[in-house]
Ligand binder design. Structure first.
Ligand code: ITT
Length: 189
């Protein structure tokens, strides 16, 4: 089956293609805008997005709302992650974190998926650290400054390596379980 990943972010599409590789689900990039509300909860954003897209007549699609939460900044940029990335970027975050000892941060990813008239909402998390400088050239967004283990940044990992530990990878694990249970997803050996 074909599953549309509705996003403006090609980096996410690459990760979903890798995550569903070797299964009966083929990932297609699809661009259409939908209502993205400002909410503290990523799940609320995808819930509203799904109802908006369903109202437009779309089916068999997935949307993804993610954010990075920095402990020392009380969870900032969180729901403002997209705006902050576009405005001050990674360099701006590193400036805010100058002389800050507590480097702990986490990523959250909520996936909203509408397949065969059923809605699935799952959330994955990845804990880690903000580096002192940008590292690596892979990935997208905050990848050069975020590291799950304090050793390698996401941007220094291959897509496959990032998926094993990332917020998106763990959300897809939860989604896959639901889809396998309903015999929508088959993983080929
Ligand atoms: P769509 O909403 O169109 O899917 P977006 O890039 O705006 O694309 P989000 O709102 O989910 O997606 O992401 C908020 C910000 O967090 C944005 O700047 C992303 O680049 C960044 N981001 C999301 N997932 C990330 C990841 O896995 N690694 C690094 N940055 C990420």
């Amino acid at each position: 089956m074909r599953l549309k990943v509705i996003t403006s972010n090609r980096g996410k599409v690459k990760e979903y293609q890798e995550l569903f590789k070797g299964s009966n689900v083929s990932i297609e990039h699809f661009s259409v805008s939908y209502d993205e509300i400002q909410s503290y909860w990523l799940e609320d954003v995808v819930k509203k997005g799904i109802s908006d897209l369903r109202a437009k007549g779309l089916t068999d699609f997935l949307i993804d709302d993610s954010g990075m939460f920095i402990d020392a900044l009380n969870g900032f940029p969180g729901v403002y992650s997209a705006y902050v990335q576009k405005t001050i970027g990674n360099k701006g975050i590193l400036r805010l974190m100058e002389n800050v000892e507590n480097r702990r941060a986490s990523f959250g990813c909520s996936i909203g998926c509408y397949i065969g008239k059923e809605t699935f909402i799952v959330t994955g998390k990845c804990s880690g650290f903000i580096f002192q400088t940008e590292k690596g050239t892979g990935g997208f967004g905050y990848d050069p400054i975020f590291s799950p283990d304090g050793k390698k940044s996401f941007a220094e990992m291959s897509v496959g390596e990032k998926n094993v530990v990332s917020h998106r990878g763990s959300a897809v694990k939860l989604l896959s379980k639901e889809l396998i249970d309903r015999e929508i997803l088959n993983v080929k050996n």
